[in-house]
Structures are given as structure tokens and as C-alpha cells.
Design a protein around this ligand. Structure first.
Ligand SMILES: Nc1ncnc2c1ncn2[C@@H]1O[C@H](COP(=O)(O)OP(=O)(O)O)[C@@H](O)[C@H]1O
Ligand SMILES: [Mg+2]
Length: 263
């Protein structure tokens, strides 16, 4: 039994793909077998952070959804990216990218796909790669995949910025997550400007939504500079931002630990 973690936000650009990549990397560094599936078929991105190019990923999630390959055939082992030639990584990290070809994105938008098949793919991937943790990076907003991923998740990492539009959308997603009985929700505020009092923000957000806030992450200039050209926590392992992310990763691995022990 693996732990399924979906990473959502109501609006785009909140930091879902970067958070997914960073949290998944931290979990792999702690010895877990981890995979990320990029279900943001309309605007895929997580592959960029791991430098996955077409040669490395001749197959992708789209091929699986169209029935032309198995899902594990579309998985790229990105563990060497985490090692960066320094310490060996105790766990493993795989990415199932989504196609970046305009005709393939267009085909999904035009013809759609069977969301049930996506669910079968998650289960097959967990089994064939013997995963402890499966991260689902998502498209913003609410659509069929959002409902599926919430319904099957053990844990939801819900990301918002301190922005009035995000507040409304986060309330909508939270209501859905509660209705779908997601067992654990880690609400995270990202891109918090230095002018805001992080402690007060944490209290205010928790009070507004009636859930604990798992993390308050600052607007991080070094992250802007990395510009999705790498995984922040591997570039800056001792950075205070990485330490904050490690706390959230710790919450995820606590949820995963019983499953990993059973494996
Ligand atoms: N805490 C942060 N501080 C500064 N920039 C950030 C932070 N989190 C994410 N970003 C930047 O914001 C942009 C959008 O992030 P991304 O992870 O692609 O969001 P999403 O997947 O939600 O659309 C990227 O350029 C990323 O580098
Ligand atoms: Mg994204």
C-alpha cells in the first residue's frame, strides 16, 4: 500500500509543480521509493525541473492514456538528478511526464480520455515500481481529474498564495476535499512577501479555513533565480526554505511510514 499525495491549487502559478518536485525529492532522499505523475496535461511542467527531454522520455502519460504503452514504460528514473554527484540517494524518484507536443495536448483537449484509466495507471505504477509514495501534480481549478485525484488521495497538499482570489478558490477546493473525505490536508501558503507577518498569516489562514496550516513559505528570490531550471532542495540543501519544506515532507513521510513498513 502506497500513500497517494495530490498537490492542488485553485489557481495556476501558485507553486504546485515546484512544491511537488521538492517534496518528492526530499522524500526520496529519506529513502522512500517515490514517483510523480504530471496530470497537468494541458500545461505540463514538472519534467522541466528534472531536465527531462524527449530523448529520455520517448513515451509519456498521454501514450498510456491512449493505450499505446504501459504506464511504467513512461516513467523516467530521475534519481541521478538528486544525487548531483555528491551523496548517493537512499530512495528512488521516478517521473511520468505529460506530453509537451502541441498536437498531443490538443488531442487530449479535443477527444478527452477515460479518467478511470488514469486511476488504473496510478495503481499499476505503484505496483510495478514498488512505490511508497505517489505524488500527483495537477492542473489548477476543478475538473474531472481533480475529483479523481482527491477521491483516491490519502493526503492533499493544498497550496495558496496570500491573494484574495486564492482565498475564494481554496475554500472551494477544501469543501470538495472534505466532501470526498480526503484523510489528511496539508494547507500551505506559498510566495509570502517579506512585508507580511508569517506568524499572523498562519493563524489567520487557519482560522479562515478551519484547518491547520502545514507551512508558510516565503517568496524566495533564489527560487525565482533557479527559474524551474532545477530542483531547489537539491541546489540549496541548507537553505531556510529547504528546511521549511523538510517539515512538510516530514508530515508526508509520517503518513507514508506505516505503508512503507508493510512493504
Ligand atoms: N516560494 C516561491 N518563491 C518564489 N518563486 C516561486 C516560489 N514558488 C514557486 N515559484 C515560482 O513560481 C512559478 C510557478 O511555479 P510552479 O511550480 O510552476 O506553479 P504551478 O505548478 O502551480 O503552476 C515558477 O517560476 C516558480 O519558480
Ligand atoms: Mg504546474
Amino acid at each position: 500500500m502506497a500513500t497517494i499525495v495530490s498537490v492542488h491549487s485553485f489557481r495556476g502559478g501558485t507553486g504546485k509543480s515546484n512544491s511537488t518536485a521538492n517534496l518528492a525529492s526530499l522524500c526520496a532522499q529519506q529513502g522512500y521509493r517515490v514517483a510523480i505523475v504530471d496530470t497537468d496535461i494541458q500545461s505540463p511542467g514538472v519534467h522541466v525541473l528534472f531536465g527531462i527531454d524527449e530523448a529520455q522520455a520517448p513515451r509519456c502519460l498521454n501514450d498510456f492514456l491512449w493505450g499505446t504503452c504501459r504506464i511504467d514504460e513512461a516513467a523516467v528514473d530521475v534519481t541521478p538528478v538528486l544525487e548531483g554527484g555528491v551523496e548517493p540517494v537512499a530512495g528512488r524518484l521516478f517521473v511520468v511526464p505529460s506530453s509537451i507536443k502541441s498536437d498531443e495536448i490538443g488531442r487530449v483537449l479535443r477527444d478527452g480520455y477515460d479518467v478511470g484509466r488514469l486511476n488504473d495507471g496510478f495503481r499499476a505504477l505503484i505496483k510495478s515500481l514498488a512505490l511508497d509514495l505517489l505524488f500527483i501534480d495537477t492542473h489548477p481549478g476543478v475538473n474531472e481529474e481533480t475529483l479523481l485525484s482527491l477521491a483516491i488521495s490519502d493526503l492533499l497538499v493544498l497550496i495558496m498564495r496570500p491573494d484574495a482570489q486564492d482565498y475564494q478558490g481554496t475554500a472551494v477546493t477544501l469543501e470538495l476535499a472534505r466532501r470526498l473525505e480526503v484523510p489528511e490536508i496539508l494547507l500551505t501558503v506559498n510566495k509570502v512577501p517579506p512585508s507580511l507577518d508569517a506568524v499572523k498569516l498562519r493563524v489567520d489562514v487557519a482560522r479562515t479555513f478551519g484547518v491547520e496550516v502545514a507551512g508558510v513559505l516565503p517568496l524566495n528570490l533564489e527560487m525565482v533565480e533557479v527559474a524551474s531550471g532545477g530542483v531547489f532542495v537539491t541546489r540549496y540543501p541548507e537553505h531556510p526554505f529547504t528546511r521549511e519544506l523538510r517539515v512538510i515532507a516530514g508530515r508526508i513521510t509520517v503518513a507514508a511510514a506505516p505503508a512503507a513498513r508493510r512493504a
